[in-house]
Design a protein around this ligand. Structure first.
Ligand code: ARG
Length: 567
């Protein structure tokens, strides 16, 4: 339920009735329980404009406020804050609707947008490394979230499958074995070996250069080899996606090479638009206020990363009809995207109203605050990191005796992968962050395990109860009220997270919710021996627990993290 906009509506009505001119205004979540559920702080800002004391304005609003139905109480505090309490009956009935609904009573957008989310985008010549982790999971979360809210989402995996290095790689593939499956098992080694051969063997180097020209001119033999190379390489990535529980498949791949035929048109269209300038033999676009030009085509005819991105952007705007295009890419490429977006708008490759967003993220660091590397300074392969996470997760499983080996393996996967993802998704994406195994695999603090544990704990209550959970929600004490309002905030928070493309707002919410539930459960036991509560109270608490579990599950699902019934 869009709680805030409903409260805003009531406030706006009061303004109208009081005859105070107003624009759209918004309440905010109360910072402390004693301030109610929501606060309206707008009276202060209006005071100057209206030439009135803010408390007077607040009073005016309160006097015209409809406190039936949605609200139960309002109070003026301090210089003119309005503290707002929601009506427990309203809160209870909304929670009831949520728990009984398939999608927690969260609306699908009435006017869905067409959103392209560009994420992962590994380069085919190399194995995926930890640097690709962030783009892959932040992008996947964003795509999951927008899809859940009802947007039409197109996931695009802009893989790097084109460039001069492929001449060397396919020449080496041909030299080693036709099949490729053996020598390409480890891409990192394959790449190193090919490079060593290239440096040591002039004949091979010539062949590699010859192959670059040949693939570019569409030579069938070379293209077949290239295709094989890409297939195997992409297969490695898909293994990672599968392990990561990420929703990317072959159909989402629209590789750099897809745009090859359009690159000459990009150049001629920029030319026609009068945007191209020759500079030192290259064709460039000079942007106002930017000293560094965007190189579109080199003197030797070669195209660049930006050229392909311009073609891709145009394709997304024109063919995929996107209203919003999100590029989930390392913050270090900010300059590139700024330029590409500007050129695309200047050249009318994309309508002014299409939102182009670089969803930038920082770097993953080791404990010492340095970029994450292996002990000998090499890049850490993502697949190794994930396997390590699963191994470490095995140690955290309690009472192993009660599980079969298979169950332990399955559980460790869910816990380990969840921990790596959650640790990343729970921090502000723009900051760098320190990768810390102990912290991410802890049952305490803002971790996936804490969330999975809260969920499993609720399931264990249900197992003990062993009857259908379909009682009526009644709001009893303040803590119950607080928990219920928190649950109703879910939709507002998701919408905010979608606008800001900031998964950490979702994880922060989940953490607060789980923590609140644990407090609630300690103070308001449900099935404990010897407690004296009515059947109705018990059933209501069970229903609230149910809505909490469903909300945690839905939230984690958007983050691409699974839950378990027992932990
Ligand atoms: N392959 C690029 C890299 O590894 C990422 C691609 C991002 N997407 C894009 N449209 N440029 O840096």
């Amino acid at each position: 339920m869009k709680l805030k906009s409903q409260i805003n509506h009531v406030i706006e009505n009061a303004f109208s009735k009081a005859g105070i001119p107003h624009k759209a205004m918004s309440v905010s979540e109360a910072t402390k329980a004693e301030f109610g559920d929501y606060q309206f702080n707008g009276a202060m800002a209006l005071s100057k404009k209206l030439g009135k004391n803010p408390r007077e304005i607040a009073n005016d609003i309160i006097n015209h406020l409809d406190v039936t139905g949605l609200l139960s109480k309002v109070e003026i505090a301090g210089p003119g804050f309005i503290n707002i309490w929601l009506n427990p009956l309203f809160v209870a009935s909304e929670c009831q609707l949520a728990v009984e609904s398939e999608r927690l009573n969260i609306a699908q957008r009435e006017n869905p947008s067409k959103v392209v989310v560009d994420y992962s985008g590994p380069n085919m010549a190399k194995q995926m490394h930890v640097g690709h982790l962030r783009s892959t999971i932040i992008g996947d979360t964003l795509a999951n979230l927008l899809h859940f809210l009802g947007d039409e989402v197109t996931r695009q995996n802009h893989i790097g499958d084109w460039g001069t290095q492929f001449g060397m790689l396919i020449a080496y593939l041909e030299m080693k074995d036709e099949d490729g499956s053996v020598s390409l098992k480890n891409l990192e080694i394959f790449y190193k070996d090919a490079k060593a051969e290239f440096d040591a063997n002039p004949k091979f180097a010539d062949k590699a250069r010859e192959y670059v020209v040949k693939i570019q001119s569409g030579d069938a033999h070379c293209l077949t080899l290239w295709q094989k190379f890409i297939d195997i390489s992409l297969g490695h990535c898909e293994e990672v996606y599968h392990k990561l529980n990420v929703n990317l498949s072959r159909k989402d791949v629209r590789a750099e090479s897809f745009y090859n035929d359009d690159l000459s048109h990009v150049v001629s269209d920029l030319e026609k638009a009068g945007l191209l300038t020759q500079s030192q033999g290259a064709k460039c676009v000079f942007l106002e206020g930017d000293e560094i030009p965007v190189i579109i085509q080199k003197g030797d005819g070669g195209y660049l990363y930006a050229t392909t991105d311009l073609a891709a952007l145009r394709f997304r705007a024109k063919n995929l009809e996107a209203d919003r295009i999100c590029y989930v890419v390392d913050a270090r490429q900010a300059g590139h995207f700024k330029q590409v977006f500007k050129v695309a708008k200047n050249a009318h490759f994309v309508d002014e109203k299409v939102k182009l967003e670089h969803i930038a993220f920082g770097t993953m660091m080791d404990k010492g605050g340095k970029p994450f590397k292996t002990r000998d300074g090499g890049t850490i392969k993502l697949i190794d990191l994930l396997d390590e996470a699963v191994n470490k997760a095995k140690d955290t499983i309690n009472n192993k005796e009660q599980y079969t080996q298979e169950e332990i393996d399955a559980l460790a996967k869910i816990i380990g992968i969840g921990a790596v993802k959650y640790a990343d998704l729970s921090i502000n994406r723009e900051s760098n962050y320190i990768f810390n195994w102990d912290k991410m695999l802890s049952f305490e603090g803002n971790t996936s395990l804490y969330m999975q544990y809260a969920y499993a704990r609720i399931q264990s209550i249900f197992r003990k109860y062993n009857a259908p959970i379909n009682g009526k929600i009644i709001i009893g004490d303040a803590l119950e009220h607080h928990l219920a309002v928190m649950l109703l905030r879910f939709e507002d928070m998701l919408n905010r997270t979608a606008i800001d493309a900031s998964p950490n707002q979702l994880s922060t919410y989940l953490y607060e919710l789980a923590t609140l539930f644990m407090r609630f459960y300690e103070q308001n036991p449900i099935l404990k021996e010897g407690i004296n509560i009515t059947e109705e109270t018990k059933e209501s608490r069970l229903a609230l627990a149910n809505l909490t579990a469903k909300t945690i599950k839905q939230g984690l699902d958007i983050l691409g993290i699974e839950v378990v019934d027992k932990l």
